[in-house]
Design a protein around this ligand. Sequence first.
Ligand SMILES: C[C@@](CO)(OP(=O)(O)O)[C@H](O)COP(=O)(O)OP(=O)(O)OC[C@H]1O[C@@H](n2ccc(N)nc2=O)[C@H](O)[C@@H]1O
Ligand SMILES: Nc1ncnc2c1ncn2[C@@H]1O[C@H](COP(=O)(O)OP(=O)(O)O)[C@@H](O)[C@H]1O
Length: 300
Amino acid sequence: MRQLLNCPAPAKLNLFLHVTGRRADGYHLLQTVFQLIDRGDVLHFTLRDDDAIRRVTDVPGVPEEQDLIVRAAHKLRAEAIRRTGRTPPGVDIAIDKILPMGGGLGGGSSDAATTLMALNALWQAGLSRQELMDLGLPLGADIPFFVFGRTAFAEGVGEALQAVDVPACWYVVIEPGVAVPTAKIFTSEHLTRNTPLVIMSDFSSYLAKRNGLQGFGRNDLQQVATRLFPPVAEAVEWLGGYGDARMTGSGACVFCAFDSEEQADAVLAKVPGAWNGWKAKALQRHPLLDMSPSTESCEA
Ligand SMILES: C[C@@](CO)(OP(=O)(O)O)[C@H](O)COP(=O)(O)OP(=O)(O)OC[C@H]1O[C@@H](n2ccc(N)nc2=O)[C@H](O)[C@@H]1O
Ligand SMILES: Nc1ncnc2c1ncn2[C@@H]1O[C@H](COP(=O)(O)OP(=O)(O)O)[C@@H](O)[C@H]1O
């Protein structure tokens, strides 16, 4: 019988994001806290009778062979063959694309991470979580975090991860209606690249003292993005009227934390019609974290 798995690919927010230096290969060194939220894409995996890997949903602007989902599946298959000597069955992958592209929500990376976790289980490839993280890193710096699957303090380009506890809260997120290309932000002459290093306990003790998420650090990419993309600046200014509003990742989305769903709803009701606004709950763990093919998060 053909096996079908329906698997969530949640978004992330960067609660702060400091650019602390640059590697010899030009990639930037970061410090950030990645927060999973309960909104994301959903992927559907159906095993095939042959060995083809197919994306069966059209994603405008992303050709099938360039899709991180398809590239991740091919990488895992090559590794599975190397380990087991067997070619795993092919798979049709459908996607409900909810997250905006170029939104700083990590949609493409999360899709790829979910693909690695789901196919590792479906194909019984046997890679450990760390091995899946290592396999994903060359495809996207956020992929190891999504495989790691817990709110995390991250360093390096995002691959050195430590789990961190943050208070439960709700977020209002605004999509300002522009897609921000990550490379354009990192190559800007206006980017600050020397923010002093913090240690994880600075963040943790800040949270403990303040009993809330507001105010630690900043997003160094924000001043570049707001300069280049005025709608991002407008969203930061508007949402900033209700709390510490920030951009996530390299943009374009802007978020603000609230203690309760009611507070988030009250702000959401006022979001100007030109923007897509929504609320999401902070997740401590990725829904697939404890996945085996029979778990409920990935429904057969
Ligand atoms: C900024 C972050 C923060 O979580 O998220 P997003 O805004 O993309 O969600 C990530 O570090 C995004 O990492 P990743 O997903 O690998 O970025 P890509 O779009 O592949 O990178 C495009 C280009 O940006 C530059 N880049 C990216 C990451 C990094 N740490 N330093 C860089 O200099 C590189 O020139 C790279 O070729
Ligand atoms: N499955 C995918 N979903 C989204 N984007 C993808 C996917 N595969 C490849 N991409 C490419 O990755 C780029 C970044 O997308 P995404 O990860 O959603 O945004 P961001 O990096 O801003 O969080 C897209 O513009 C697209 O070209």
